[in-house]
Design a protein around this ligand. Structure first.
Ligand code: NAD
Ligand code: WQD
Length: 338
């Protein structure tokens, strides 16, 4: 019996594979590699000294999924597979609704057919939208998402809850991540975005390594202490450990549960830049630019439910996040490409 990891070659998936293997689980990865490289799985094997099967398969391919389920016979799925670029989702909403929502429905059908009714799903703090006060709590009204990507997460959450109402045998754990950054401390796996990064940390690391000239800070007139946007950055290893706790609980707990995975602390763009400068030992060139449409001023978690019910707490601080992101980028300036 194993855990099947959809999107397991990606940034958060690969780190979760490490922590699952370290915790003694058998795993199998399923990915179509549209935003990742199979090299990440090889590196996970090197880090852990364990091997696992990797299936090239799209979550929209029902026949392909059926074969994988017949072979792996997973007891649970951790479902990371999805597209996540916010601006691209505004340009190509149908691609996002098809890949993320239709893909998840197909995956759930394959699970149902195979009698595997336990899933941990990668949701996002984006479902809290732009009108809730911080800190965000799981029982707040979700909605008012500001882009199609966020809407896919909102709809998938509803689909999963509906499934639990229809059939009490389903075990569903929805994890709402805040802002994952950092990398495995070995420096062997990390975030490897294609093209120009949308997110702050990969942009910073590419400036530091000389691939980009300067960082644009999107707005310094927000209603925050230094005027720049405040987010709850969480080390990807802490997030990965959260998945181990979540799948352990989901296997034993019927129905749908939702957990925030964040540190509970807000950090501004300028504070993150300063912490990164300390980690890499050089100044980071930046300019103040226009606000980015759809951005909110502040986002951070109330992570007390995960603390209580998953016995999980983020332990790595911002300095460690920056040191580990920098080690990964410095050792792998072109990501997984040689
Ligand atoms: P990622 O792009 O590195 O990983 C996603 C993986 O899914 C990739 O390996 C990609 O190739 C694969 N994939 C995409 N579509 C697929 C399909 N149709 N079939 C099979 N595989 C497919 O992204 P990540 O940062 O590791 O994110 C993992 C999950 O967490 C995503 O669902 C994302 O939306 C969610 N999430 C990420 C963040 C973040 O800031 N990174 C925050 C909140 C939620
Ligand atoms: C963080 C802060 C920017 C880039 C997004 C998605 C969310 C989730 C995580 C996942 C903000 C500022 C950024 C730059 C900047 N997604 N910034 N210059 O927007 O909180 O969340 O990623 O799958 O759904 O919306 O993260 O890293 O893009 O931005 O000043 O070049 O950094 O304005 O304040 P965000 P981010």
């Amino acid at each position: 019996m194993a855990i099947l990891i959809s999107g397991g070659a990606g940034f958060i998936g690969s780190h979760t594979c490490v922590e699952l293997l370290n915790a003694g689980f058998d795993i199998a990865v399923l990915d179509n590699f549209c935003n990742s490289n199979a090299e990440s799985c090889k590196r996970v094997e090197k880090i852990t000294g364990k091997t696992f099967p990797v299936y090239t398969c799209d979550i929209r391919d029902k026949a392909g999924l059926d074969k994988v389920f017949a072979e792996v016979k997973p007891e649970a799925v951790i479902h990371f597979a999805g597209l996540k670029a916010v601006p691209e989702s505004v340009q190509k909403p149908l691609l996002y609704y098809d890949n993320n929502i239709a893909g998840t429905v197909t995956l759930l059908q394959a699970m149902d057919d195979a009698g595997c009714k336990c899933i941990v799903f990668s949701s996002s703090a984006t479902v809290y939208g732009d009108s809730n006060p911080v800190p965000f709590k799981e029982d707040m009204t979700e909605g008012n998402t500001t882009n199609p990507y966020g809407t896919t997460k909102l709809y998938i959450e509803r689909i999963l809850k509906d499934l639990c109402v229809s059939d009490p045998d389903w075990h569903v754990c929805i994890l709402r991540y805040f802002n994952p950054i950092g990398a495995h401390e070995s420096g062997m796996i990390g975030e490897a975005p294609n093209g120009i990064p949308n997110n702050l940390m990969p942009y910073i690391t590419q400036v530091a390594v000389g691939k980009r000239e300067k960082l644009s800070i999107y707005g310094d007139n927000y209603n925050t202490p230094d005027g720049t946007g405040v987010r709850d950055y969480i080390h990807v290893t802490d997030l990965a450990i959260g998945h181990v706790r979540a799948v352990e609980r989901a296997l034993k707990t019927a129905g749908a549960e939702i957990f925030n995975l964040g540190t509970g602390h807000g950090v501004s763009v300028l504070e993150l830049v300063k912490a990164f400068e300390k980690a890499c030992g050089k100044p980071l060139p930046y300019v103040i630019a226009e606000r980015r449409p759809g951005d909110i001023d502040t986002s951070y978690a109330d992570a007390s439910r995960a603390n209580e019910l998953l016995n999980w707490k983020a332990e790595r601080g911002v300095d460690k996040m920056c040191e580990d992101s920098w080690r990964w980028q410095k050792n792998n300036p072109n990501g997984y490409d040689e």
